[in-house]
Design a binder for this molecule. Sequence first.
Ligand code: SF4
Length: 639
Amino acid sequence: MRQLAGDILFVNLTNRTWWREPTPKDRLLAFLGGRGLNARLLWDYLKPGYNPLEPDNIVIFGPGLLSGTAAPSSGRTTVTCLSPATGLYLKTSGGGQWGAELKFAGFGYIVILGRADGPVYLWIDDGKIEIRDASKLWGLDVRATDLAIKQELGDADIQISAIGPAGEKLVRFAAVMFSVYHAAGRGGAGAVMGSKNLKAIAVRGSGSVAAAKPARFHETVLLARKSLLSDSAAPGLARYGTSGSLNGVNELRVFPAYNFQRSCVDDVYPLTGQYLAEKGYLKRRVACFGCVIGCHRFSTVERGTFAGSYAGGPEYETMSALGGGCGVIDTAAVIKANELCNIYGLDTISTGSVIQWAMECYEKGDLGRKELDGMELRWGDGPAVSQMVRKIAFREGIGDLLAEGVKRAAERVGGETYKWAVQSKGLEQSRVDTRSAKSYALAFAVNPRGADHLHTETFAEFGLSPEARALITKIAGDEKYANPYTTEKRAEIVRWHEDCYAVTDALGFCAFSTTALYGITPRFMADLFSAATGYHIYEEEIMQAGRRVVTLEKCFNTRMGAHRKDDTLAWRLMNEPSPDRPDTVAVNSKAELDRLLDEYYALHGWDPQTSWPKRSTLDRLGLADIAAELEGAGRIGKE
Ligand code: SF4
C-alpha cells in the first residue's frame, strides 16, 4: 500500500526544511487519494483568514492514487490551494508525465508551506531532496525553464512542473505547467507558487508503483482499456482532440462567442479539430502517461503572420476563449495565443475571457485607446489578442488591470462593465453557454472553485453518443433527459457527475475517460482501486467516497464564509437571453436557478437557506470532526 500511495513530502520554504510522512491508510480509504486527500490536507493545514498570496497559503500536489500504474488514462495530478481568483477552495489538475514520475520517486503528495526568501526550485531525486537557487531561472518562460533545469541537472528525462512570468507576477489566473504543454490552469495556482518564490519542481524517480493484487489488477486494466477504446466517440477524440466537438456544440447553440453575446459563430470550421488536421496544422497526437486515447495534440503554423508558432492542442476551451469568444475565427492566431499562454504560464480560458471583456469595454466606450496603451481592441483582431496575452503575463500597461481577472477589473472600471464580466465566485466561466445547457448551469453555479466544467463535467446531457444517452437513462430514468434545454432531473445529473468526477480525480483518471467518453465506469474504478490496494470496495462505496470529497470541499468553502448567495451565475447569463435561440427565451433566470438549487441542496442533505451541510449529513459521510468544527464556528446547516 505504501508503495502505491507514496509518502507525503512536506517542504517548508521559509526555513528551508523538509520531512516525509507515510500517507495514513484510514485517510486513503476515506478520501481515495489525489484530489480527495489533497482536500483533507488543505482542511487540516489552512485556516480561515489566510490569504491566497501570503506565505500562510499552502499548495499541495497530488497525483492520482493509480498514477504510475498501467490503469488507462490515470496519469493526472491535482494541485490544491486557496485560490487567488476566488479566495475559496481551488483544485486544478494537469496531465503529462510529471505525476507518474513523482510516484516513481516514492511520493504521493507534496505539501509546500511558507515562502522562500528568494527564487528557488525543488529537486526531488528519488529520496534525495534539495531546495536549489533559482535566481537565474526567474524571468524565464516555461519552455526555457524546462530546458535550463534539465541542463543544470544533466538529465533530459527529468519531469518538471513550473511557472512562467505570469506566476512570478502574481497574475490571478497564472497556471502551473507540467511538461511545458499540460496546464493545471484554472484559479491561479501558478500565482500561489510565484508568491512562494517557487519557480519549479523537478522530479526523477527510479522506482515503480505496484498493485497489491497484480494479476487481478492486470486483468481489470485490460478490460477497462478495452471498454474505453470501444466507446463510439473514442476514435473521434483521438483523431481530432477536444476541438473535434466544436461543430456539435456550435449547432446546439452552446458555443459562447463575442464574450457570450452570442451562442454560436457563423463559420466554426476553422476552429475545429477537423480543420487543424485537414489543413496540416496538426503535426502529431500526444498522450499523457498511460493514456490509450492520446487526445492531446501538437500543432504548428508554417505560413503567414504567425509562422513559427507551435503549441499543444489547441483544445476546445482554447479555441473558444482565444478564438470564437474574441471573434477570432483564425486557426493560426489561436495557435499563437495558445503558445504564449503556455510559455508565459497562463490559463487560456481566463486569459481569453479578460481580453473579450476588454474588447466589449472598447466597443461600448468604457475603455478607450488611452487606457488600452494606444491599441484599438476590436473583435476578431488576432495579433491584438497575442499582444494582450503578453501584456497580461508581464502586467504591462492595461495588462496590469486585466491580470486581476474580470471581476476585479470590472469593479475598478465601474459603470455597467460588471454586466459583461462573465464569471462567478471570481472565476471566469469556461466555455459553455449555460443559458442552453441546464445541467452545466447548475454545476457551474455550485462549483466550489467558480463557474467551470472541470469539477463536474455534465457533457452527457447533450446526448451526443449512445453511451451518453445510456448514462443519462441510468441516472435519470429516461433517455429524454439527455436534453440540455430541459431543467428536469438536472440536480440528479449534477450530483452523479460530481461524485464520479471526484473519484476520477482522486484516482488520477482523465475526465475524458469517465465523463466525456464513458468507458472507465465507476464499477471499473472500484475494481481497480480494490485490486491496487487490496481493500475491496463496491461501486456504491467508491461513489460515496466521491461524495465525501465533494462535501468536504463544500465544508471548506463554508468555513471560509461562503453562502447560498455565492452559488450563482454571471449577470449576462441571468439577464440577457441568447440571441441564437429564437425558438424560445434561453436564459438562466433567478427563479429557475433557485428551483435547481433547492432540488440540489435537498439531494445533498444541505440546508437550503444557507447551502451549508447539515450535521446529520456529515455524520453519515464519516465527517464528524469536520461537523464539530463547523458547529463550533456557527456554520452548520439547520436540520
Ligand atoms: S484523453 Fe487526452 S487529456 Fe486525457 S489523459 Fe489522454 S491525452 Fe491526456
